[in-house]
Structure formats: structure tokens, C-alpha cells
Design a protein around this ligand. Structure first.
Ligand SMILES: [Zn+2]
Length: 379
């Protein structure tokens, strides 16, 4: 019985902040190492200023502290981007691909005994962060910039970039947007396609590059076409172009550019993530031709988002289920099809009880071949 509350349960307040934290550079760096290399979360660091907001709590962490953290991560973290078909490799294969590089260095004993692996965190389907155990591996990958790995006859491409914080990514995107100007014509009707480039040239500016048409995510029967233009022509941007035909019909093509609202969820233009009603009634209204059409749109959109089609897609027939997943672990929820190295006959022939290192061995062999031509000496 607790004498103060009159119940058997003690209602504990959070402990008082003991304060008096030292935060010299060397100590913080050692704590960072323990955290990201050994997985030990520091207990006695300055938690920052706490503000309780109802059921939520917010901490403003100490500037000097946070700067050291970012600096430490930037010295050894690489953002790995899986291009094209490599996006659809399973989680485990992606991790193995990244780690194959450090494994190669360990095998040639360049790091001596007791060297253990860096941390891989998959951020999304095509992006992973890799915290290298050594700044040497970091420098080596940054110098390589990209890698092509051939697995069972297919080539998978990875790019290695500097890791950026959220704020730095935002700033990078802003600068990119300033230095480039593109227009996407959205949901182009067949008979308006003919005039597109000439109309853009006349109304906005001559086209520098016309990208291959891509299936529209909301209406897969229509295509979107992207045009690169001179950034100086940005003030000429038009939201839509209407074509009057000889039969007095109107064909309207909507334009989107980097300033157009775009949904982070379904990647469609003209609505924001907050306004997204993907999978809701929104699409049935958009479908126009009754509920059935609307439902199809939703299903199409979900599948076209998840499956790599190449520039114009390979049609609905390309939706293939993963035939066999051996020790791979799914990169996405299991109901979604994806290209997978195990669809390759060479991999399917591997017995169920394959050794866990078989894939890695294969990777290392392929990697050795891939690097034979363009070996970057380790500094
Ligand atoms: Zn959306």
C-alpha cells in the first residue's frame, strides 16, 4: 500500500534532470560510436530542453551536441540508391550488396582481425543509409560513386552519395529546382500528343530534351510526357494548353512543373499528401464512367506504383508473382509482385536448404568480376 496515493500502485513522476553533463567532443564521438557501431544507446547524455504537450513530449536538443552527431554521421554514412530493377531486390539482397564491399576488404584482411560490419538502414524501396565502420570504406565508396552488379544475367545499378540531413536534402532540392526547369504534360489524349512539342516551343520555350512517355498513375490508359526546358523560360510557364480541333472540339492538356503540388503518397500531381484520397471515393468520382472504372483505376495505380515497367511499361501482362523467395525476405508487403533475382532459373535451381552464404558468395564473385576493370585503390 502506497501511503501517499492510497493505492497499491505508485504514480511515479519522471526523475529530475540530474544535469551536469559533460559534452566534450571526444566523449560524444565515443558515445556515437557505441550507438551506431555496437547498438548501445547512451543513457547519460544531455536530453535537451523538455516541453510536455498533453500526451506528447518535445525535446529541443542541444545545438553543439547535435552538430557533432551530424558531423560524425557525415564522416561515415553513405546514401545508397538502388536504380531501376535494383529497387525490387529483396531487403536481404540489398543489404548483402552493400556489405559485399566491406566483406571484400575484410577478406583481403585490409582491416585486420576483429573488424565487424557497418549498419545498414533501408529508408525506402530504393534508398538505404549505410554507416561504414571505417572512414576508409566510406572514402572508397564515395570515390567509386556507383557500381553495377550482374546477378544471374541481370545488371543492377547502385549509386553512392553523401548522407544529408532532412534540412540539407530540402536545401539541395530547392537548389536543383532553381537550376532546372521541366514541364510534364499530364494525361495526354492520343490526338493532342501530335502538337505537344510544337505548342510548348511556341508558348513556353524550345524543348531541350523530351523524355520517353510514362503511364499515368491515376489513369494508366493515358501517358505523361516530360520536357526539359531552359530555366530562364520559367516565367512563361502555362498551366494548360487547349487545342481547338477542326470539328470545334476542345482537347485540354494540363501541365505540371516543379512548383505544382504533388502527392508524396501516390506521386500524382495537383493534390498534396494531406489531400490524398487514394483508395477512397475520390477515384470513383475521377473515373467518371461509373464505380467500376473508378475501382479499376485504384487497382491499376497501386500496381503501377510498385512494379518496374521500364519507360513505357510492359503492359498488364508484366505483373508476375515472385515464384520463389529463398531466405530473401520480402522487400514489400507480400501481396505485391516484384522482380526478384530468384525468378531467375539459376537461382530457382538452388535447393531450399541453401547455405546462407551462397548468395553472398555469388555476389562476391560477380563483384570481383565487375571490379576487375575499374579497381579503385584503397587510400
Ligand atoms: Zn495522392
Amino acid at each position: 500500500m502506497n501511503p501517499e496515493t492510497g493505492t497499491g500502485m505508485a504514480n511515479k513522476s519522471p526523475p529530475p534532470d540530474p544535469g551536469g553533463y559533460e559534452d566534450d567532443d571526444a566523449r560524444v564521438r565515443e558515445l556515437l560510436r557505441l550507438c551506431y557501431e555496437d547498438g548501445i544507446l547512451p543513457r547519460d547524455i544531455d536530453p535537451g530542453e523538455m516541453a510536455v504537450q498533453g500526451w506528447n513530449v518535445r525535446f529541443k536538443v542541444k545545438d553543439s551536441f547535435d552538430r557533432i552527431k551530424v558531423q560524425w554521421l557525415k564522416e561515415r554514412t553513405i546514401t545508397v540508391i538502388f536504380r531501376d530493377a535494383a529497387r525490387f531486390l529483396s531487403r536481404n539482397v540489398k543489404e548483402d550488396l552493400i556489405r559485399a564491399y566491406e566483406d571484400e576488404k575484410v577478406q583481403t584482411s585490409e582491416f585486420g582481425k576483429g573488424f565487424s560490419r557497418g549498419r545498414v538502414k533501408l529508408e525506402s524501396l530504393n534508398v538505404a543509409s549505410y554507416v561504414a565502420k571505417s572512414t576508409t570504406i566510406f572514402a572508397w565508396l564515395m570515390e567509386k560513386q556507383s557500381a553495377k552488379v550482374v546477378l544471374g544475367g541481370d545488371t543492377y545499378r547502385m549509386e553512392f552519395n553523401l548522407w544529408l540531413t532532412k534540412a540539407q536534402l530540402r536545401e539541395q532540392r530547392r537548389l536543383e529546382d532553381l537550376s532546372t526547369f521541366w514541364v510534364i504534360t499530364v494525361q495526354v489524349p492520343l490526338d493532342a500528343m501530335f502538337y505537344l512539342e510544337a505548342h510548348i516551343r511556341r508558348a513556353i520555350d524550345p524543348v531541350i530534351l523530351t523524355h520517353p512517355p510514362e503511364r499515368d498513375r491515376l489513369k494508366p490508359t493515358l501517358v505523361n510526357i516530360k520536357f526539359d526546358l531552359d530555366p530562364g523560360a520559367r516565367p512563361n510557364m502555362k498551366d494548360s494548353i487547349t487545342v481547338d480541333t477542326f470539328e470545334d472540339d476542345e482537347l485540354e492538356v494540363r501541365r505540371a512543373s516543379s512548383d505544382t503540388p504533388r502527392c508524396g503518397k501516390c506521386r500524382a500531381f495537383f493534390h498534396t499528401t494531406d489531400e490524398c484520397r487514394r483508395g477512397g471515393r475520390f477515384h470513383q468520382q475521377q473515373g467518371g464512367a461509373g464505380g467500376q472504372g473508378g475501382r479499376d483505376d485504384v487497382a491499376q495505380e497501386v500496381s503501377s506504383r510498385q512494379i518496374y515497367h521500364g519507360p513505357l511499361g510492359r503492359g498488364e501482362a508484366s505483373v508476375q508473382p515472385a515464384t520463389s523467395v529463398v531466405g530473401g525476405g520480402l522487400a514489400q508487403p507480400p501481396d505485391i509482385s516484384f522482380a526478384n533475382i530468384y525468378q531467375n532459373l539459376a537461382f530457382m535451381a538452388v535447393p531450399q536448404a541453401m547455405q546462407p552464404n551462397a548468395v553472398l558468395t555469388q555476389l562476391l564473385q560477380e563483384l570481383a568480376l565487375a571490379q576487375a576493370g575499374s579497381s579503385v585503390p584503397l587510400g
